[in-house]
Design a protein around this ligand. Sequence first.
Ligand code: ZN
Length: 315
Amino acid sequence: MIFNKNLKYAVGVDLGGTFVKVALISELGDIFFKNLLPIGSDATKDIILDTIEKIILITIDQADEHALNVIGIGIGTPGIIYKGVLYGGADNLKGWENIDLATHYSEVFNLPVQVDNDANLMGLGEFYYGAAKGCTDTVCLTVGTGIGGAVIANGALYGGFKNRGAELGHIVVEHNGPPCNCGGQGCLEQYASTTALIQRYAKLSGMDVKNLNGHYIVEKYHENEPYAIKCLQEQTNYLGHGIAAFINIFAPQKVVIGGGISDAGQFYIDMVSAAATKYMMSDCGGHTEIVGAQLGNAAGSLGAAALILKSAATT
Ligand SMILES: [Zn+2]
């Protein structure tokens, strides 16, 4: 590894339901010192706070060994975050609510700390360092067990009043659809998430969902199996409907599709793109390109560090 001591570095923290991942990121977007600690399913708020502190400390110690200039810490976490405070909504982490994360960690480490929602930061990572590099307007979707989203408008994350919005997986695509755990019904994520794809395939094929994953269905698609073809056509059609709506509202330069399903390959992106193009207003989407994510599971840490590094770059 070659370190440039004239560059600024930030710690990027990506908290998920089962792990906390941390990396040191340079202002050029290079990744150093990837660290990871597990979060047990029975972890309390204090255990999670301590685990994050421990892994940040490990990373800062590694930076200190090379005398690198660490200027702050960016943190991505599930839930609703406004001005550094986590209010709630992180369903997989018990008691993970009503915490002033920014104040807590800036006191512990005596460094500036910025916090935002994990889906937002995955989008911000792709925006600054990945598939949407060089854009000003971007919509990012993470398609996995659910559908997460991020909107970047005029070069900045857009979260609505008090950062409560941009829940892109919860726009309605079937108004008579099944109830969603968000309180609505017929949401996009009930039709276009990987979970939905697997459930639909299980229903058509008679297989148990336990024996299925997205990878298997894509493999069957390439073998021209009728169930897999039907399921992927339906899923990409729904996703295309959703994306057409986002294009009509935001007119993004790029729509970035991340999450496990984006590994399926270019054929998958092409299917989604064809559906979105069919349903969008052509005046809104004339400059829009639909692309796969580039950063994989590093997007979250990169986006978190960008909260620090990019604000530092503009002041
Ligand atoms: Zn919903």
